[in-house]
Design a protein around this ligand. Structure first.
Ligand code: IVH
Length: 696
């Protein structure tokens, strides 16, 4: 019985097993599950599906339940949440958990390298370079290869016992793997617990919906989660861990950091794939630059890089400060948070009427981008953070998301403004505002100009009608000068009309006019998206157009017809149904047809052939297309797209820097193709991609 190489799940009836057979199967299952955890977390190369994994896991649980005498504290089943702890016990660390000296400039790094060379009496030194994870530092102890405890860093000398929570993380092995190297009798390692960005967003969304305070950043979320008393709640949110140091080891030693980092994965301890060795100041600088470019693409937060002298004997020569080693430093990235003054709070009306408070800020450079507006989400959030006009606030920008005011900074002695309250009337049309849950909205969807502006901006946006030159400011002016009272009016504008708009001259007015004229013929999927139907985003649109080939067909569809569309939830189906059964929609569509808008049915564009019914998955970045464009090309040719690799997938298209899906495809023997082959499959001509940022 070997569940590593041959994870069979056609188990024998438990009642028919002898005691000895049970013991053997339990051992094999434990080993198999540990091995697949290792492949998944450490090697990042899973060999079995989640479903098979779950089956193995459940079988082990069943066997252990039937034969309690075989229970063992280091069985993978023991990760399952135990009873909540009454409080977190204080534990003294095996060795001090030091901190690092932080620097921000090249000059300081040059000084560091010079100082280390001088102290180590050598010019040619090697350094390990690692990401600086923005998480929570922990100590994890293994005794005779078995997980013994996990503690938070605390003050560096004493931390809190969070063993009950750490054990729940599948990335923490309960037993060290036994490679060719013997397991040390005692090992205390240091690592960082963190929460992935997408998990963080999910968690915060759920918290806001439940009326709980959202966490300010993934680090706080990870810390809050790991210090929970109830491990049941920890399992529910995915925390991850990465290891980078040894606090104490008995029975063996390493000569350098790099040697240690190579050993970690062999024991089953994850290290970061971006760790590198640098042998000059130049390489250190290159590493810092490369990681700061990589930063936003990672699905976890890093706030700099850590540079450590590699050789342990030389480290001893360079020595220590009070709380931090002299042989290492943290070279932080430009902060993506900064402090500024809140000049005003305005209320913005969205295309569905939702009112959003927006902070107008004294412009501030946040990680290379000037920020002068930031969202405040909703009235409840403003109240909770107690943000008022004139306050000093902290602004943060994460990845490509909209900047956000995360907190108020208390300035003792400062006179403060009045608390913010949501206007009782729509700031644009004056209609009385209504409340729904955490949100306020303007119910005047028919004639509120604020909603109209937002709807037109969406209609013209890149994934909709793609009318270059029709941004928010222009639309606002067109609407407020009453040159445009509906989307259809756009098509009635002349070059002369457009010349009157601020910032437009003859040439730019003609260009916009032509762009609008071109936007008369539109494909069904883009048109549906452009209409901005509540809950109907790109994904839903693609699902709908696979079933319905024209607006006409959609108008005639019954609710059960719509509910039968695969991948379309019933709430979205209802929303679509309601949309097409409103008089207002019929009038608006009629107006658009009157001015000559032509919606091309999908069928006319579909070329049946090799892609009919074929399912594609994408991984990595394509040169010629955005992910969305590639998915649309597949859909137009009758193909399907999926976001995960399963046996139903026909092709995995592999771009630059592919992810885990590539390995999954290989394991499952699914055909992988590069971009060139993909283009041949879809029969598309090569085209040059517009440089990023060249539009609007
Ligand atoms: S090494 C003696 N490596 O940064 C060196 N620390 O102030 C011990 N951190 O509290 C730390 N990523 O939690 C090291 N790759 C990395 C790290 C890292 C993040 C954290 C650590 C520490 C803080 C430094």
């Amino acid at each position: 019985m070997d569940f590593k190489k041959n994870p069979r799940t056609d188990f024998k009836d438990i009642a028919k097993l002898s005691k000895e057979q049970t013991r053997q199967e339990i051992d094999a299952l434990r080993e198999g599950i540990e091995y697949h955890d290792y492949l998944y977390y450490v090697k990042d190369q899973p060999a079995i599906s989640d479903e098979t994994y779950d089956k193995l896991f459940r079988r082990l649980q069943d066997l252990e339940q039937a034969f309690p005498e075989f229970a063992s504290a280091d069985s993978p089943t023991q990760r399952v949440a135990g009873a909540p702890a009454a409080r977190l016990e204080k534990v003294r660390h095996t060795a001090s958990m030091l901190s690092l000296n932080s620097v921000y400039s090249e000059k300081e790094v040059e000084d560091f390298v010079r100082m280390v060379s001088r102290e180590a009496r050598s010019e040619r030194l090697e350094y390990t370079a690692e990401p600086k994870f923005d998480g929570l530092s922990v100590e994890v102890v293994y005794e005779k290869g078995t997980f013994a405890r996990g503690t938070t860093r605390g003050d560096g000398e004493t931390g809190e016992d969070i063993s009950h929570n750490i054990k729940v993380l599948r990335a923490v092995p309960l037993r060290l793997r036994n490679g060719k190297q013997d397991i040390p009798p005692f090992l205390a390692v240091r690592g960082e617990i963190f929460m992935r960005k997408n998990e963080f967003q999910k968690l915060n969304k759920a918290r806001i919906e439940k009326g709980e305070e959202p966490f300010a950043n993934p680090r706080n979320a990870a810390a809050g989660t790991v210090r929970q008393l109830d491990p049941g709640k920890v399992a529910a949110t995915a925390l991850d861990i990465v290891f980078y140091d040894i606090l104490e080891i008995r029975g063996r030693s390493f000569a350098s950091d790099w040697e240690m980092l190579q050993q970690f994965p062999k024991w089953g301890l994850c290290t970061d794939p971006h760790n590198r060795k640098c042998s000059s100041l130049e390489q250190i600088k290159q590493y810092h630059a490369a990681m700061s470019r990589e930063r936003d693409k990672l699905d976890y937060e890093i706030d700099g890089v850590v540079i450590k002298l590699d050789n342990y004997a030389l480290r001893a020569k360079v020595g220590m400060r009070q709380r931090s080693p002299r042989w290492a430093l943290a070279w932080k990235f430009e902060p993506k948070r900064d402090i500024t003054t809140l000049k005003d709070i305005v209320v913005q009306v969205g295309r569905t009427g939702v009112l959003t408070p927006v902070a107008l800020l004294e412009p501030v450079n946040v990680g290379g981008v000037t920020v002068s507006r930031a969202t405040l989400h909703n009235a409840g959030e403003v109240r909770r953070k107690d943000i008022r006009i004139g306050d000093t606030v902290r602004v943060e920008r994460a990845g490509d998301v909209i900047p956000e005011v995360i907190a108020r900074i208390d300035q003792p002695g400062q006179r403060r403004g009045k608390p913010f309250s949501m206007p009782r009337h729509c700031p644009v049309c004056g209609t009385q505002v209504q409340e729904e849950g955490a949100y306020h909205y303007c119910p005047n969807s028919l004639s509120c100009r604020g909603q109209l502006v937002a709807r037109i901006v969406h209609y013209a946006s890149r994934d909709a009608l793609d009318i270059a030159g029709l941004g928010h400011k222009t639309v606002q002016e067109l609407v407020h000068r009453e040159m445009v009272r509906s989307i259809a009016d756009l098509y009635r504008l002349s070059v002369e009309d457009l010349e009157q708009v601020e910032g437009f001259a003859e040439k730019s007015a003609r260009q916009l006019y032509e762009a609008i004229q071109r936007a008369r013929k539109v494909r069904l999927d883009r048109f549906l998206y452009a209409l901005g139907i509540h809950r109907v985003g790109q994904h839903a649109v693609q699902a709908v157009v696979r079933r319905f080939e024209s607006v006409d067909a959609l108008e005639k569809a019954s609710l059960p017809d719509l509910e039968a569309v695969p991948e379309l939830g019933s709430v979205t189906a209802q929303s679509l149904y309601d949309f097409f059964h409103q008089d207002q929609t019929r009038r608006a569509l009629h107006q658009l047809y009157e001015v000559g808008v032509e919606v091309e049915p999908m069928a006319a564009r579909r070329r049946p052939g090799p892609l009919e019914g074929k399912r594609f998955v994408f991984t990595g970045e394509l040169e010629q297309y955005t992910r969305q464009e590639a998915q649309q090309l597949v859909a137009q040719r009758g193909g399907l797209t999926a976001s995960t690799v399963s046996d139903q997938v026909d092709y995995v298209v592999v771009g630059r820097d592919p992810g885990r899906k590539l390995e999954e495809a290989r394991t499952k023997n699914i055909r992988t193709v590069n971009e060139k082959t993909f283009q041949k499959l879809i029969g598309a001509p090569m085209r040059a991609r517009a440089p990023v940022g060249s539009r609007r």
